[in-house]
Design a protein around this ligand. Structure first.
Ligand code: ADP
Ligand code: MG
Length: 694
C-alpha cells in the first residue's frame, strides 16, 4: 500500500482543487475561506462543476449535504447528479446553488421547539472550511444545518461560531505581545475508544440492539484485573479490521496515527493526529461511521456506547485541545524567553479561569444518559470538574500568587515577564490519569466526553469560555498604563480567584469528593441534574455576548437534551421489562422446574437422596423470580405514571429518583439468576462469551 498516494485520495483537497478548478477560481475560493466571506453565486457554479467532475471521476453518482443534527450523529440525504438532457438521455449536473444551500425537512430532526410546525423547512449551508469527500459513490458536502429563521439546529454552527470568537480575542492578546496575527485556530486531537464484539452474539442480545449497552449480564470470571489486554497483542481479526479502517480513513484524509487495545477485554482505541477543531470534529464523525461499517464486513459490531458492559471500563473520547497560530506555533507551549512565557502564562490562566467559571457548562457538554454510567464510576473522571496542572506549574503559580521564592529555578521571586520558565517534560505532567481536565505539557486533555457523542459540544464550550477570559484580559491590558505591571497583577489575581479548580491528587478518591464540596466545586452527578444550569443567566450571557448561541437556541438545546435523555431511558426500561417477561422469567421457570422434575425422579429410585443442589437452587431461583416479577411490575407502573407528567424535566427526574434505582435492582436480581442457571437454559449470550469472542 502506498500510503502517501492513497492519503486524501477521496477528498476534494488543495491538490484536487488545483486540478479541477481554474487558477482564478481556486484563488477566489481560498480567499473566501480565509476571510470567511460569503460566496458569490457565479463562483459557486464554477466550483460546483469542478467538484462534480472530480467526484464523477471517482465513481460518484450522487451528492449529499452532510450535517450534524443535535442527535450527535450525522445525517445525509442523497440526490443524484442526473438531469434530463432534452433528448431522452441524462447528463450529470451539479449547480452552485445545490452546492451552497440545501433544503431539508427539519421536522425529522430534534429542534427543541425552534421550528414551528407550519415551517417545517430547514436548510443546510456549505462549510467551505471543511473539504468535501467521496464515500461509497456519494459526494459528501460538509454543511451547517439551520432553521428557516436562521437558528442553528446542529452541532457544527455553534462550534464554528465559538472558533470565531476565540480567534477574535486571542488575536487581541497576541497583539499586546507585539505579534500580528489575523487568525488563530483552536486545535483538537480526539482519541476514540470503542468495543468490538462478534456480530452473531450481538444479534442475540436485544439490549445491545435497542440500547447499545447490556442491560443484564453477570460479570465473567475474568475481567480486566490482569491488565493483559492493554497494549497486548492485537488479535488477527481485530488487526485486519484496524488496517481496513486506517486505509479507508486515510483515503478520506483523516490522519489516523495510533490503534491499540484498551484496558477492558475487547476494548480498543484509535487516535488521529490533531487538526483544526471543526475538521477534527468532522473527522471524528467519519471515524465513528467508518469503524461501524468496516466492523460489519468482518462479522463484528463496533460498540460506541459509553458503558456497554458493567464491571469493566467504559469508553470515552479524550479531547486534546490547544490553540495554534497559522504558522504552527502552539500558544500553550512554554516559550524560550521571559516575554513568551508571560504570554504562555496568560493563556494558561485564561483556561484556568474558564474552567472554573464554566464548570457547569463543561459538565453539560458531556452529559448524556450513556455517559452518566461512566462519569464517577471508578475508571473515568468523576462528575466533578477539576484541573490537573502538575507540580511544576502549580509551584510556579504558587510562587507568583504569594510573591514567594520558586524552588525550581534560581530561587528568587517569580516575576512575570522576567523569568524563563523551566520546560515541562511531558512525562511529568501527564502522569495523572484521573483528572477530568489535565495539562499534558503543551495542551489540555479533557477526558470526560463520552465515546458516542460529538466533540463539537465540548469544544464549543471550551472555545467560548476561554474566549471570554481572554476578552476580559484584553479589555484590561489594552488600557493599562504599565503593561508588565498590569499583566503580573492579572495573572496573580486569576490564580488567587480560581486556584480552587486545580487539583493534582487522585480524582477517584472519595476524600476528593468531600474536599471538592468544601471548595465549592459542583458535583452534578446526572444529566437531568446538570442540564438546568444551561439556562443560568451567566451562561446565557456568555453565549449571547460571544454570539455563539441565542437565548432561544439555548432553550431549544435544553429541551432537546432532556428529550433525548427521557427517550433513551424509556427505551432502556421497555427493553428491560420486555426481555424479562419474554426471555428471563420463562428461562428461570423452565430451569427451576427442570431441577424439580429431575430431583423428584431421582427421589423415586433413591428415597434417601438429600438433593442440596437441586433444592437450594430451585428455591433461590423461585425467590428471585418473585422479586424480578414484582420489580418488573413496579417499573411498568412507573412508566404509566411517567406519561402523566407534563415536562421532560419531571420525567427525567422520575427516572433518576425512581425508575433507574428499580432498574438497577432488577438487573442485580437477574444477574444473580444467571449465575444459578445452567448455561443451556440461559437465553442470552454471557459476558464471558461476548467479551472473549473476538
Ligand atoms: P497520549 O499520551 O494521551 O497518547 P499523545 O501525545 O499521543 O498523548 O497525544 C494524544 C492526542 O493529542 C493526539 O491526537 C495528538 O495529535 C493530540 N495533540 C498533540 N498535540 C496537540 C495540540 N497542540 N493540540 C491538540 N491536540 C494535540
Ligand atoms: Mg490520552
Amino acid at each position: 500500500m502506498n500510503i502517501p498516494e492513497i492519503f486524501g485520495s477521496m477528498v476534494f483537497n488543495d491538490k484536487a482543487m488545483k486540478k479541477y478548478l481554474s487558477p482564478d477560481i481556486y484563488a477566489a475560493l481560498k480567499r473566501t475561506v480565509s476571510d470567511g466571506k460569503r460566496l458569490d453565486i457565479h463562483l459557486a457554479n464554477d466550483i460546483a462543476k469542478g467538484m462534480k467532475d472530480w467526484a464523477v471521476s471517482l465513481g460518484a453518482t450522487h451528492y449529499s449535504h452532510w450535517f450534524q443534527p443535535m442527535t450527535g450523529i450525522t445525517a445525509e440525504k442523497h440526490d443524484s447528479f442526473i438531469s434530463p438532457d432534452g433528448s431522452d438521455g441524462v447528463i450529470m449536473e451539479f449547480s452552485g446553488k445545490e452546492l451552497v444551500k440545501g433544503e431539508s425537512d427539519a421536522s425529522s430532526f430534534p429542534t427543541g421547539g425552534l421550528r414551528a410546525t407550519f415551517e417545517a423547512r430547514g436548510y443546510t449551508a456549505w462549510d467551505p472550511t471543511s473539504y468535501a469527500f467521496v464515500k461509497e459513490d456519494v459526494l459528501y458536502i460538509p454543511t451547517a444545518f439551520c432553521s428557516y429563521g436562521g437558528h442553528s439546529l446542529d452541532q457544527k454552527t455553534p462550534l464554528l461560531r465559538s472558533m470565531e470568537c476565540l480567534n477574535k480575542q486571542a488575536v487581541r492578546i497576541l497583539k499586546l505581545f507585539g505579534q500580528d496575527y489575523t487568525t488563530i485556530k483552536p486545535t483538537v486531537g480526539a482519541e476514540q475508544e470503542y468495543f468490538l464484539i462478534d456480530k452473531n452474539l450481538y444479534n442475540k442480545r436485544k439490549d445491545l440492539i435497542y440500547t447499545g449497552r447490556t442491560l443484564f449480564g453477570a460479570r465473567a470470571p475474568k475481567g480486566q484485573e490482569m491488565d493483559d489486554h492493554y497494549f497486548g497483542t492485537i488479535k488477527p481479526r481485530v488487526a485486519q479490521f484496524m488496517r481496513e479502517v486506517d486505509e479507508e480513513l486515510w483515503k478520506l484524509g483523516v490522519l489516523v496515527k495510533t490503534e491499540h487495545n484498551e484496558v477492558a477485554p475487547s476494548q480498543h482505541e484509535l487516535a488521529p493526529i490533531f487538526s483544526t477543531t471543526n475538521i477534527a470534529c468532522d473527522h471524528n464523525q467519519l471515524i465513528m461511521e467508518v469503524m461501524q461499517k468496516i466492523a460489519g464486513k468482518h462479522g463484528l459490531v463496533c460498540l460506541l456506547h459509553e458503558k456497554p458492559f458493567e464491571s469493566v471500563n467504559g469508553s470515552g473520547k479524550h479531547n486534546n485541545w490547544s490553540i495554534s497560530t497559522p504558522d504552527g506555533r502552539n500558544l500553550l507551549e512554554p516559550g524560550e524567553t521571559p516575554y513568551q512565557n508571560a504570554q504562555f502564562l496568560l493563556f494558561l490562566c485564561a483556561v484556568i479561569k474558564a474552567v472554573d467559571e464554566y464548570q457547569d457548562l463543561l459538565r453539560i457538554s458531556v452529559a448524556s444518559a450513556g455517559n452518566d454510567h461512566r462519569l464517577g464510576a471508578n475508571e473515568a473522571p468523576p462528575a466533578i470538574i477539576s484541573m490537573f496542572l502538575g507540580d511544576e506549574i502549580s509551584g510556579i503559580l504558587d510562587a507568583i500568587e504569594n510573591d514567594s521564592d520558586y524552588e525550581g529555578i534560581e530561587k528568587e521571586q517569580m516575576k512575570v515577564g522576567v523569568h524563563v520558565l523551566p520546560k515541562f517534560p511531558k512525562d511529568t505532567t501527564d502522569r495523572n490519569r484521573t483528572s477530568p481536565f489535565a495539562f499534558t505539557g503543551n495542551k489540555f486533555e479533557f477526558r470526560m466526553p463520552g465515546s458516542s457523542s460529538s466533540i463539537a459540544r465540548a469544544n464549543t464550550v471550551i472555545n467560548t469560555a476561554v474566549a471570554q477570559s481572554l476578552k476580559s484580559y484584553a479589555d484590561r491590558l489594552e488600557n493599562a498604563e504599565n503593561f508588565e505591571d498590569a499583566l503580573h497583577k492579572l495573572i496573580k489575581k486569576t490564580i488567587k480567584d480560581h486556584k480552587r479548580i486545580v487539583f493534582n491528587g487522585n480524582g477517584y478518591d472519595d476524600e476528593w469528593i468531600a474536599q471538592a464540596e468544601k471548595r465549592g466545586l459542583l458535583n452534578l452527578r446526572t444529566t437531568p441534574e446538570c442540564l438546568p444550569y444551561l439556562l443560568k443567566e451567566k451562561n446565557i450571557e456568555l453565549f449571547e455576548s460571544n454570539k455563539v448561541f441565542t437565548r432561544e437556541e439555548l432553550e431549544a438545546r435544553y429541551e432537546v437534551y432532556l428529550d433525548n435523555y427521557v427517550k433513551t431511558l424509556n427505551i432502556e426500561a421497555l427493553t428491560m421489562v420486555n426481555t424479562v417477561s419474554k426471555d428471563i422469567l420463562p428461562a428461570i421457570s423452565e430451569f427451576t422446574s427442570h431441577l424439580c422434575k429431575n430431583f423428584s425422579q431421582q427421589l423415586n429410585l433413591m428415597p434417601d437422596l438429600v438433593g442440596s443442589y437441586e433444592k437450594t437452587t430451585a428455591q433461590k431461583l423461585s425467590d428471585i423470580s418473585e422479586t424480578v416479577w414484582s420489580l418488573g411490575t413496579e417499573i411498568k407502573a412507573a412508566m404509566v405514571e411517567l406519561r402523566t407528567l407534563e415536562t421532560n424535566y419531571k420525567k427525567a427526574m422520575m427516572f433518576v429518583d425512581k425508575i433507574i434505582p428499580a432498574m438497577n435492582s432488577l438487573r442485580e436480581q437477574v444477574d444473580n439468576a444467571e449465575v444459578l442457571t445452567a448455561r443451556e437454559y440461559w437465553p442470552l449470550p454471557t459476558y464471558g462469551e461476548i467479551l472473549y469472542s473476538v
